[in-house]
Design a protein around this ligand. Sequence first.
Ligand code: ATP
Length: 341
Amino acid sequence: MTSYKDYTIATLGSHSALQILKGAKDEGFRTIAVCEKGRSEPYTSYKVADEIIEIDKFSDFFTIEEELKKRNAILIPHGSFVSYIGSEKVKDISMMHYGTRGILQWESDRMKSKEWLVDSGLNVPKIFDTPEEIDRPAIVKFHGAKGGMGYFVANTPDEFYDRIREYPEEKDYVIQEYIVGVPVYTHYFYSPINDELEIMSFDKRYESNADSIGRISAKDQLDANIRTSYTIVGNMPIVVRESMLPDFFAMGRRVVEKSRGLEGVGPAGLFGPFCLEAIVDPNLKLFVFEISARIVAGTNPYVDGSPYTWLRYDVPMSTGRRVARELKEAVEQDRLKEVLG
Ligand code: ATP
């Protein structure tokens, strides 16, 4: 019988690695941070990594995979992992890695993820198939845009064609109804080990310059010809109205249930941390515009646990630590295979 002490938790030094590694150490695992040369200081300074392995670029990850295997490491993929390695290449990982096989291809493809959300009975913003159909505010999102950079809002077809000229190289985009409301990102954790869905926390994003234009008057905004963009800078905690919690639980559960039949996804479906990104309108109607099927950086304010995890656990339980605890329980019950991709 193996012990969890025989395993090491490894992740790329970016995104949510600090809490993943800290949480793994708190649960008693050894840890490795794989860092880009010259960018390892956070991981040494905060003492979350027992070992640092440096590579020139994250995209060189596969050159050190054998080394990680020798250390019996379990890799935890996160958002930066997906964007640097590419969701397609995630399939090629041959070392032990946490999470549902095949699910990252669903979350990274906007049309596929929309289909999954709609089939789960979730309310999603309307998609305009052509610019001519724009009859209300619409947000134009480029595929593979990093952290909302370069998105723009258009109210009419003319406005769309006017703005799109600034991006001559961009051919791959989606035109989505712009929902006027507040963003709420729900952080879930589904455990197949004890068949439970948890809500770990909620966040909203701190986006430049969407969160800064309100600091100047409308006249100054017009004079300066400021255009809204959503470049993410950080994340802020939120606690939602308690009466909304049953709806958030129900949405998460439906997405987990629907994931079980998705093409290329194992029968276990989605498990571990995931996030539904929604806008809540003034009638408290929820519009889910994206799903992330892995840990999100919005959980980072909760290294020390959230108000919700404090209700349930008697230790500070970050999402990173929850992952480590799941792996520990899986090893102890001889079910590790069930949570590896
Ligand atoms: P991610 O890092 O999650 O992949 P992204 O670059 O795909 O981010 P989105 O999360 O799709 O970007 O959107 C960026 C921001 O734009 C959101 O945080 C939200 O503020 C705003 N936004 C996105 N879609 C809508 C919508 N349909 N209505 C209103 N605001 C929206």
